[in-house]
Design a protein around this ligand. Structure first.
Ligand code: SF4
Length: 429
């Protein structure tokens, strides 16, 4: 019987790719490995932590403590911790939770294998075992970030921006589609910076164009774009390549000049609005997902009213809001007071999401009666759940397929008529 290892991966999709890389190495070392398995009875647990903001850190610490409790109860023999929280706070955590058998950095898979008395397989260094449903996979194109956003601790944990070699990414995409993957989700801390430090020029448009040539790649979806220095040459690729989703995830965070300056985003409110206009003009029918932040130090009621007006006028099809989290070691942590009360941060976030609910409902209502192509993700009740090219897994609404559609293959594409819609999900027949 192979020894079992259970990786619990918290945080973002980039962290999940790290867990999948580790999973492959452990399998090659002879272990039976699962990621985020329900009711796992594996003797060794690896908690892949997130250290981004307060809530995420708390979730990670709670998970570590839960696994340490299982170890005390004899359910698991060893508990290892890796990822961003461990990268950022290992000294303190080692002192506070001595029951953990090993603390490892964000990318220290070699350390975990060595702790198990195993060899790291250099030849398999960019091979992954997928934890996502077989028809979609995340494709990480770079690591780290060179931006200086005031509130962000990510560069403290991931280091500076490092693009993966162009051909290595293409080879991985070919390997993934060879394994049956149809949807490639392009991810990074800052995907729109791709190639800049490695090749001295931005190569994201070229990369996406090349990915669109990969046999079997039916959907290529771009996440984590950044507004400043946006590579406009990407837009014709998104417009002209049918298998590049008319979907762009671009975190804008705010729209007031004053707040964007305090956030050190390197872009103005007018540049932000102009960017949105140009993207929509050059890629007709594109769906935009953005993220905004409420309650950043210095945000006044007037700044927030400007954000409300911006959300009402821009009508993003997809939008999420984060209340500001004061993180030590960041520019904010070192230079600003956390002067917006927690209740106000939260109330502002809720007000934005209430407006967004109406915008999303109106966007959906316009689509009723039209036909749409759906990727079937899983069985749901007596029917299925899936997504259109406008929906990214785990963050966006879903398509509910009625049972009357009959038996469908998971991972297949089917065209349906949109029969009805809620504020977020749509129902098709
Ligand atoms: S772009 Fe800004 S928010 Fe995003 S990871 Fe980099 S520093 Fe953080």
């Amino acid at each position: 019987m192979k020894q079992g290892i259970h990786i619990i991966s918290l945080g973002c999709s980039k962290n999940l790719v790290d867990a999948e890389l580790l999973m492959r190495q452990l399998e090659k070392a002879g272990y039976r490995v699962e990621i985020d398995g329900e009711g796992s009875r594996a003797g060794i647990v690896v908690v892949n932590t997130c250290g981004f903001i307060g809530d995420a850190k708390e979730e990670s610490v709670d998970e570590i403590l839960a696994q340490v409790e299982r170890k005390r109860g004899g359910e698991v023999k060893k508990v290892f911790v890796m990822g961003c929280l461990s990268q950022r706070y290992s000294t303190e955590l080692k002192r506070e939770i001595p029951e953990v058998d090993g603390w490892f950095g964000k990318f220290d898979w070699k350390g975990i294998l060595a702790e198990l008395g195993k060899q790291y397989d250099e030849a398999a260094r960019d091979e992954r075992s997928l934890s996502t449903p077989r028809h979609y996979a995340y494709l990480k194109i770079s690591e780290g970030c060179d931006r200086t956003c005031s509130y962000c601790a990510i560069p403290l944990m991931t280091g500076p921006h490092r693009s993966r070699p162009f051909e290595e990414i293409i080879r991985e995409a070919e390997r993934l589609t060879g394994m049956g993957v149809k949807e490639l989700l392009v991810i990074a801390q800052d995907s729109t910076y791709y190639g800049t430090e490695l090749y001295g020029r931005n190569r994201l448009a070229e990369l996406v164009d090349r990915l669109a040539d990969v046999p079997g790649a039916e959907w290529i979806r771009i996440h984590y774009a950044y507004p400043a220095g946006f590579p406009f040459e990407l837009l014709p690729v998104m417009r002209e390549r049918p298998n590049v989703c008319k979907y762009l995830d671009i975190a804008l965070q705010h729209c007031s000049d004053r707040m964007l300056r305090l956030m050190r985003r390197g872009v103005t409110g007018e540049q932000t609005r102009a960017l949105v206009r140009r993207v929509r003009e050059e890629v007709p029918g594109i769906v935009l997902r953005t993220t905004l932040m409420t309650g950043h130090p210095g945000e006044t009621a007037a700044d927030f009213r400007e954000m409300v007006a911006f959300v009402r006028e821009t009508r993003f099809e997809r939008l999420g809001v984060f209340p500001y989290s004061h993180e030590e070691g960041t520019f904010c942590g070192n230079h600003y007071r956390d002067n917006v009360p927690g209740k106000v941060k939260q109330a502002r976030a809720e007000e934005i999401m209430e407006i967004q609910r109406e915008i999303s409902a109106a966007f959906n209502a316009k689509r009723i009666g039209t036909r749409t192509r759906v990727l079937i993700d899983r069985v749901e009740g007596d029917g299925y759940a899936g997504r259109t090219e406008f929906d990214s897994p785990g963050v966006d609404p879903e398509v509910i397929v009625a049972g009357s559609a009959g038996k469908l293959e998971i991972g297949s594409f089917r065209e349906f008529a949109i029969a009805s819609a809620g504020d977020y999900d749509i129902h098709v027949i």
